[in-house]
Design a protein around this ligand. Sequence first.
Ligand code: BGC
Length: 348
Amino acid sequence: MKKLIALLIAAMVLVGCSSKPATPSETPAEGGDAPATAQEEVNVGVSIYKFDDNFMTLYRNEIQSYFDELSASGDVKYNVTIQDGKNDQAEQTNQIDNFIAQDYDVLIINLVQSTSAQTVIDKCKEANKPCIFINREPSEDDMKLYDGTDYQGMYTYVGADARQSGRFQGEIIADLENKGDVNGDGTLGYVMVVGDPENVDAKYRTQFSIEQYEESSGLKVEKLDEQRGDWDQAKGQEIVANALTKYGDKVEVVFCNNDGMALGAAQAIEAAGRKVGEDIYLVGVDALPEAIELLTTGGMTGTVLNDHIGQSHTAVDAAVKATKGEKLDPYYWVDYVKVTPENAADYK
Ligand code: BGC
């Protein structure tokens, strides 16, 4: 037995123990030799701004399954806790405090309010925990807070450049044979359904869709209505139903900052007896499965793939890197892709 123990110790020295400091969950098996296949454990705390969001539901499910895949195929077991921020910053801050108090190894945060980034970065820095922001981009100033310190490279933002998604929406409409100008008067009458204006995704999509449309089509635009729909399908439906009642045929295009609201808009358009592709056009962002379905059946004109798979995998890869003590880039960007009936089948 003594010989066996000595051999084991020698083997451990040769292989080298994990370079990562022990976490609370790395409790060695009690009694007897540690199994040779024991996986190192890493605790990951994730907080999503709210669970009740179509796009973030796809995103968080992919975070979980990609970590599961890595756990199944590698030598590290990732224990992932995903919490619902319930659209309440105080609730989310509390979750972050708890992750830190329980000594989680890395945090992945989809902020409720982007303006809370500084507080979160400060807390993580204080506890020396890596933090990966996703989906809701903090301000550039916040992302530079600890440049030049030891904490630089321990926090990052993983996302997609919302300006690109807006431009793609504008191009989708400008590329139509009639450039979306149903009545041919040289001016595009449109309704804009905005997500949450505090979020740069909403700000940029609202701005760049129209700027790009004007540039690509050479036509003028007339904003008939612009309302805040908070990314929500029911609100999208209500806003568009009201706009159609008020402005009737003057509405030639409905731009929605996301597909959730576009799905609601599609219901309102149908209820008003209008027909997408004939007397009105409708674009969203995300490429939700329901939107792809509408694209193939003529209920929507186009959408833009907000690549939740690419983004979630990039965020997880960054988290893994950080737990190994490697430095992160300040930003990781994932491209959007234009989706129209022509290529919709590729995104089913
Ligand atoms: C998505 C929306 C989502 C929002 C949440 C955006 O990037 O397009 O569908 O509701 O993120 O922050």
